[in-house]
Design a protein around this ligand. Structure first.
Ligand SMILES: [Zn+2]
Length: 383
């Protein structure tokens, strides 16, 4: 071995521990996002409101991290009572290179519900869409704030927080850091039960806009139900807020410890299983897409001659013309539209026969339950 090689090897060996130490000593940045603020009060209790509880717990959490968490730093999306747009919150986390994003909220259900005064429990959410989703009320309520932002249709690409159809677009979104987000959610949820004594409503997936576009593991914590007077009392009290903050703090600590260890873990964990499930789901989506392109090819062969009857699947009516990328179209292609009175009727496909259209209708109905087949001649619907 030549001298230069020995020297080089020596330098490499000397550097190794430094490199790995630098890695473990890297500052851990926690982005705390107290939900709502300013003109957006969030859910209302009898004596307080959601934005106030969220901020109080967030500030206590910041204090705990700053004093008791090793080599960690806190960033806040707001540290006072002011309005921050949903998209601005995740963008702030990305800009600050946060390691985790923790959005803090208080839950509530409709006044008309018989459970309004008794419902309770904490739940931690990651971004996602449950497959057979019919009850989106929580995500809808938390996303509703978008409407307080000027120009929200442009900022959120036509997303309508109160339309169930809009949420299907979430399926198409790339969900990054899913397994780590779930690990963080599980750790925090466990502590909300153990440390803060909350009823366990579990770790769940919901399409929350505030989590969309985050480039780090991200969770949304629903501390408890502010519509339940007893739970509100707990959340409004100093001691209750301290317990909730401590619970989140401990959850974060556990997550941080586990993610460092999990590198050499071999046995499958819940998140591994979920990951596998997601991969399967992803493969199904890919297969669907492939099938769609094949069908598209055969369909474009059809060039209707004058007077020929063509079948199409009508799936959406809009009072205005939609842009191609409008989320209400849910990425469907190839599409077409015709004008009918004052509205625009959107259609999918071009079929020679009714059975051809019917075989695709089933698929379209998954995304647009009200879709139906129409007959057209020379670009006009005939009845
Ligand atoms: Zn909220």
């Amino acid at each position: 071995m030549s001298l230069t090689r020995i020297i080089r090897l020596f330098i490499i060996i000397m550097l190794l521990p430094v490199v790995s130490r630098a890695e473990t000593d890297r500052e851990f940045i926690v982005m705390i996002d107290p939900g709502h603020g300013g003109k957006d009060a969030g859910a209302l209790g009898r004596r307080t409101n959601e934005k106030t509880v969220n901020l109080a717990v967030a500030k206590k959490l910041r204090k705990l991290i700053e004093s008791d968490m090793k080599n960690a730093r806190v960033e806040m999306t707001r540290d006072g009572d002011f309005f921050v747009p949903l998209k601005g919150r995740s963008e702030m986390a990305n800009r600050k290179h946060a390691d985790i994003f923790v959005s803090i909220h208080a839950n509530s259900i409709d006044k008309k519900s018989p459970l309004h005064n008794t419902i309770n429990g904490a739940a931690v959410y990651t971004l996602g869409l449950r497959k057979s989703d019919t009850n989106l009320s929580l995500a809808m309520r938390e996303n509703e704030v978008i409407k307080l932002e000027p120009d929200y249709t442009t900022t959120y690409e036509g997303f309508d927080p109160s339309s169930a159809e809009s949420y299907i677009a979430f399926e198409m979104m790339q969900l990054t850091n899913m397994d780590q987000s779930i690990a963080l959610a599980e750790a925090v949820q466990n502590e909300l039960v153990r440390t803060a004594g909350r009823k366990n409503n579990g770790v769940r997936q919901e399409p929350f806009w505030v989590l969309v576009g985050t480039t780090m593991p991200a969770i949304l914590v629903e501390l408890d139900f502010i519509c339940n007077p007893a739970m509100e009392k707990f959340m409004a009290s100093e001691s209750g807020q301290q317990k909730l903050a401590l619970a989140i703090f401990r959850g974060i600590e556990r997550y941080r410890k586990n993610t460092v260890k999990s590198v050499d873990k071999a046995s499958p964990t819940t998140s591994d299983i979920r990951k596998a499930e997601r991969q399967t789901a992803q493969r199904e989506i890919e297969a669907d897409k492939k099938a769609a392109t094949v069908e598209k090819k055969t369909r474009t062969d059809i060039t209707p001659t004058k007077g020929q009857i063509i079948y199409k699947i009508q799936f959406l009516t809009s009072p205005t013309k939609l842009r191609n990328k409008d989320s209400r179209l849910k990425g469907l292609s190839p599409i077409d539209f015709y004008k009918d009175g004052g509205s625009f009727k959107y259609t999918y496909g071009t079929y020679r026969t009714q059975p051809d259209a019917a075989s695709d209708l089933k698929k379209i109905k998954k995304r647009f339950p009200d879709a139906f087949i129409i007959r057209t001649r020379d670009g006009k619907r005939i009845k």
